[in-house]
Design a protein around this ligand. Structure first.
Ligand SMILES: [Zn+2]
Length: 110
């Protein structure tokens, strides 16, 4: 499972940042176009954090809505998928500005 690997990476990033302190809460930004299923991240959180500084921590996931720019007419708009066309000019030459990210936004440590 893709999300399992991602969550293991997230846990190791959090442990590095926590520098030995116990983590009580983790907040993640997950873009809608990242291909990551938030429910799957939640599902493997407990097993991935077991025996780590994050054991027992709560997980918050913030979904980042995609924002794309049309390279044809420079319009900015929200997109739900990569193959969306520009609502202004109908062009398909679009660039993703936000929505592909996965990052650790916040850590709360004791
Ligand atoms: Zn356009």
């Amino acid at each position: 499972m893709h999300e399992l690997t991602i969550m293991k990476n997230v846990v190791s990033i959090c442990e590095q940042n926590a520098a030995g302190s116990r983590v009580t809460s983790v907040t993640l930004d997950v873009g809608e176009l990242s291909g990551i299923v938030p429910g799957a991240l939640e599902f493997c959180f407990d097993s991935c954090t077991k025996g780590t500084l994050l054991e027992g921590a709560s997980l918050k996931i913030i979904i980042i809505e995609p924002q794309v720019r049309c390279n044809g007419c420079k319009a900015l708009f929200g997109a739900r998928a990569y193959h969306d066309s520009c609502p202004e000019c109908g062009g398909f030459d679009i660039e993703i500005l936000f929505g592909e990210e996965l990052r650790v936004k916040e850590l709360e440590v004791v």
